[in-house]
Design a binder for this molecule. Structure first.
Ligand SMILES: *Cc1c(COP(=O)(O)O)cnc(C)c1O
Length: 317
């Protein structure tokens, strides 16, 4: 007779252990393999999503717009009244250290500050000891190669709206993703590949980890409120200026988006990516737009430009 509780899984029936991507993390002052980077279950980052983070990428050995990511991360940490155990320059060296030790040429580099654990487990967030973690893993894409070539098929969520900017400050990059995840499940049910959420008043906001743009009547529009001010969004805006394309940062009604000549999304996880179907209907002729392609090509060119990128090795020397 087993004294195991009903439904418990025997050791030999346990699922295979998780396999980790190659990568290096930095925690508690040391670099460790990604598989060894672990936090307490009592960390408020886990229990309350009380955390902020940022993701910068490295492409062919160079960070892309690292200063802008550091600015945003430091500002997010300050807005949440957290403190980091290291200064800006040391932070940059830790990120570069993770990448160099990982050996990755193309990397997704995340920095996190969690509220941490309160030594007495009091409910007062001021008692918690904030925790800093960083890691580098292989570069990841929101859209796979085929999706980037033909454009994404995206649903606009009907059952859930983006959390209000009056509730959670969207300019602090955060893990309040239950609305975005619910939206993804809704999109999958509707046989779409990804999702955009609205503000509940007929305007699109953003999707899971990306900002939204429409090319309409000779100008590019991207939402002004209820969104993270994405670094790739900023890059797209700067590149539009280089291409003499006017940009309006203003509300973007669903109807305007659906009637647009071109639609694209922006994210550190993949750059500038075309959207060719919305709610099951083709955007314009259903092919990735020529302006989107031009912008994306220019975006990738900038990865070698010292005004836009920094060699990982230069940070370490
Ligand atoms: C990270 C993120 C984005 C995209 O920002 P980038 O800095 O361009 O990567 C957009 N929206 C949300 C909610 C995000 O978390």
């Amino acid at each position: 007779m087993s004294n195991r509780p009903e439904g418990a899984v025997a050791q030999d029936e346990m699922p295979a252990p998780l396999t980790f991507p190659p990568g290096i993390a930095y925690m508690d002052g040391a670099f460790v393999p990604i598989s060894e980077a672990k936090i307490s279950v009592l960390d408020w980052g886990l229990l309350r999503s009380d955390a902020t983070y940022d993701v910068v990428h490295v492409w062919q050995g160079r960070f892309f717009r690292l200063d802008k990511h550091l600015d945003r991360f430091l500002s997010s940490v300050a807005k949440l009244r957290m403190t980091l155990p290291l200064e800006r320059e040391a932070l940059a060296r830790v990120l570069a250290g993770c990448v160099a030790r990982s050996g990755l040429e193309n990397a997704y580099v995340e920095m996190i500050c969690t509220r941490g654990v309160s030594p007495t487990f009091s409910r007062d967030p001021r008692d918690a000891v904030n925790r800093f973690i960083a890691f580098a893993i292989p570069f990841g894409w929101i859209a796979d190669e085929e999706q980037r070539r033909r454009g994404l098929d995206v649903a606009i969520a009907r059952d859930v709206e983006r959390i209000s900017p009056r509730s959670v400050d969207p300019t602090v990059k955060n893990y309040h993703w239950l609305d975005l995840v619910a939206g993804l499940f809704e999109a999958y049910e509707r046989e779409a590949e990804n999702v955009m959420l609205t503000d509940g008043a007929g305007n699109v906001t953003e999707g899971p980890g990306f900002n939204i743009f429409a090319l309409s009547n000779g100008r590019v529009i991207t939402p002004d409120i209820g969104v993270l001010e994405g670094i790739t969004r900023g890059a797209a805006i700067d590149l539009c200026a280089e291409l003499h394309m006017p940009v309006e940062i203003t509300s973007l009604p669903v109807a305007t988006l659906k009637a647009a000549e071109e639609v694209f999304i922006t994210s550190t996880a993949g750059g500038i990516m075309p959207v060719t179907r919305l709610d099951g209907t083709a955007v314009a002729d259903g092919k990735p737009g020529t302006f989107t392609a031009k912008l994306a090509a220019l975006y990738w060119d900038k990865h070698q430009d010292p005004a836009w990128s920094t060699a990982v090795d230069d940070i370490l020397t």
